[in-house]
Write a protein that binds this ligand. Sequence first.
Ligand code: KG4
Ligand code: ZN
Length: 339
Amino acid sequence: MEQNIYILAIESSCDDTGAAVMCNKKVLSNIVAQQEIHEAYGGVVPELASRAHQQNIVPVVDIAMKKAGIDKNQLHAIAFTQGPGLMGSLLVGSSFAKSLSLALNIPLIAVHHMHAHIFAHFIEEEGFEKPQFPFLALTISGGHTQIVQVNSYTDLEILGETTDDAVGEAFDKTAKILGFPYPGGPLIDRYAQKGNPKTFAFTKPKVADLDFSFSGLKTQILYFIQRESKKNPDFIKENLEDICASVQHIIVEIIMDKLKKAVEQTGIHTIAIGGGVSANSGIRSALKDAETKYGWKTFVPKFEYTTDNAAMIGMVGYIKYQAKIFSDKEVVSQARMEF
Ligand code: KG4
Ligand code: ZN
């Protein structure tokens, strides 16, 4: 019989402090403390994020351990996010993980945050199927926009990524222009569902190969809103649903164009999406359509494993534990990290 491996995982790459306890590929607990302090600033403030991580990390780990119902002496390893992310935030998680692994005398496992978003699909969860290798992973969030070809746990290749803003930023920055609080992506989605996506036309950026660019679109939307609001001060209020629907429509089209290109290029029809933006209703319905239209097989993990969370770090921790890939205590956090 397979031995039960218990891993405590820590995630602190951006503004969420996460701790999870895994038993093999199953999640025993997955706790996230979201930092509301950034709302007032319309975006994540790095200094405030690392300070909040310092306050949150001990209680979050404590709750995760209690909820999992195991004692710290039962742990086999500590996994943590090495990067990429905000340096001050990463340091809080790595220092904590290092100290605990040293105190308990158990292995330390450094995890690449983007690998974790991808392998979140392998968490065992009732009602959720796992993609088969090879597959294409689309990770879309406030910090990432990436298409990766995943051939195995260790053979991953980035096919395309953003050259400037992430797709979540395109949503959030548009939301800010419209006067929504941060992060406004979910609100755009909500209004978009009642609007007509064909009302306002925006142009797609021309970006080579499978890379993305969203900063030009954001400027285009800003100028459009400023121009129209000059003519009619109530323009936003009177057209909110149609503006949101049109913006969402163009963003979904940009993503789907690149995905189609990636499928053509690789011949791989299995698509696994992750990251906070994968909650978007427009993306989800476009992917469903692609299943019937092009015969794709698409996978979306349980929502709590798509946004930043520690369970996905624990999942990679388990894969690395099985392969005995451990880190020594000198391992350093990396704001930018090779894939
Ligand atoms: O993965 P996540 O929680 O954090 C990181 O950025 O790593 O993703 C958050 C992003 C934000 O930009 C948020 O506005 C966006 O995901 N988001 C959405 C939706 N839900 C979350 N964007 C569009 N539609 C949604 N339904
Ligand atoms: Zn992330």
